[in-house]
Design a protein around this ligand. Structure first.
Ligand SMILES: NC(=O)c1ccc[n+]([C@@H]2O[C@H](COP(=O)([O-])OP(=O)(O)OC[C@H]3O[C@@H](n4cnc5c(N)ncnc54)[C@H](OP(=O)(O)O)[C@@H]3O)[C@@H](O)[C@H]2O)c1
Length: 344
């Protein structure tokens, strides 16, 4: 399988390392990967016989630029070049997420699919804004669009819905989809501390960003819920269709009250089919011990599906970080190699 990687930041580098570390494991499954291209915003590396992953990582770790790599580095290596050369089977797209325009990933994905190249991506922007269009493009070109990493990374959320709930109709999706907010709420409960102190602790531990707005105001949960809903409940919703509440206004009294009732306060993203259509919201919920999401602790994430014929299914856990995200991309690639069809 000939692979091109576009985006060589945290996830891209971890992906190249995994290709090196797992090469024997993959070969034992009959998957021989040739990494032909690695591209970032100022050029890239091209080697039609396969880039030496370890050597490339060693070279760039010293602060040297991709385009200066002696084994095929050049400023002129870009997506257009890759498309003209016609020597790639799969594009791995891991450029930064832009939730307003989807770019540059959206253009990369469209061009790849139009040119009959499978796409595996971790980039939420294009999936959030244009999944249906991209999926249809993949189907028309007889290739696959694999987006398993875009919601929860290692947590098999999208793919569990596509493959393991195949043939059933999903009636509701409910999830704890943001590890940072879940951690903060739990810290407040465990240590009876204020929101601002729990946030500070999360920031000191590297769990929350310096600017935590996207997480704590509920938008990260909303984006992930929207991706799941549009893919698995076949909708075309936008962020404007979601009522979004965050955790910034949570007072220790609310947590204590929930605890007194033997409940836990969690930030839940929920999509449910009603007579009026699918309704979506992100809100703080008091859930009791019998609820499948009650035991989702710390930075863990989980998603619960209720379906018409396969019942109630909850997927919980999965590691966080760049290596698990890269491993989730590799999982999609291996399943692609095994003949799974992600785009229908
Ligand atoms: N980090 C995680 O744990 C995680 C988990 C799940 C999903 N994701 C998603 O995975 C994607 C990558 O994340 P990351 O943490 O690896 O990001 P990152 O460290 O910011 O790396 C982004 C890479 O994309 C390159 N890039 C930017 N614009 C480009 C363009 N126009 N053409 C080609 N390359 C371009 C950058 O190159 P330059 O350096 O040359 O600008 C850089 O190599 C994001 O969409 C993110 O949301 C990340």
């Amino acid at each position: 399988m000939r692979i091109a990687l576009i985006g060589f930041g945290g996830v891209g580098r971890a992906f190249v390392k995994l290709l090196h570390d797992k090469r024997e494991f993959l070969a034992a499954q009959g998957l021989y990967i040739n990494l032909n291209y690695v591209i970032n915003s100022s050029g890239g590396v091209y080697n039609p016989s396969g880039i030496d992953c370890k050597d490339l990582l060693n070279f760039t770790e010293k602060g040297q630029r991709l385009c200066e790599y002696p084994g095929g580095g050049n400023r002129d290596i870009n997506l257009q070049r890759l498309i003209s050369n016609k020597d790639v089977d799969v594009l791995v797209e891991v450029t930064p997420t832009n939730k307003e325009t989807g770019e540059p990933g959206l253009t990369h994905i469209v061009k790849a699919l139009e040119n009959k190249i499978h796409v595996v991506t971790a980039n939420k922007g294009p999936i959030l804004l244009a999944y249906r269009k991209l999926n249809n493009l993949a189907v028309r070109n007889n290739v696959q669009l694999c987006a398993g990493c875009t919601t929860g990374g290692a947590l098999p959320s999208i793919n569990a819905g596509i493959f393991d709930l195949a043939g059933s109709s999903i009636l509701s999706i409910e999830g704890i989809l943001n590890g940072t907010t879940n951690f903060i709420l739990e810290e407040m409960e465990k240590n009876s501390i204020a929101y601002s102190d729990a946030l500070k602790k999360a920031q000191q531990m590297g769990i929350a960003e310096t600017d935590p707005a996207l997480d704590v105001e509920g938008w990260d949960t909303a984006v992930k819920l929207l991706i799941l809903t549009n893919i698995l409940m076949v909708q075309d919703k936008t962020l404007d269709d979601i009522q979004v509440e965050g955790i910034t206004g949570v007072k220790p009294e609310y947590i204590a009250e929930a605890k007194k009732e033997d409940k836990a306060l969690k930030l839940i993203g929920k999509a449910a089919r009603t007579k009026e259509g699918v309704e979506l919201k992100v809100s703080l919920e008091k859930i009791d011990r019998t609820h499948p999401l009650y035991g989702v602790n710390g930075t863990n994430k989980a998603v619960r599906y209720v379906s018409d014929t396969l019942g109630d299914l909850t997927v919980m856990g999965g590691a966080s970080g760049t290596t698990p995200a890269a491993a989730s991309l590799l999982r999609d690639i291996l399943n692609l190699h095994r003949g799974y069809r992600f785009s229908v």
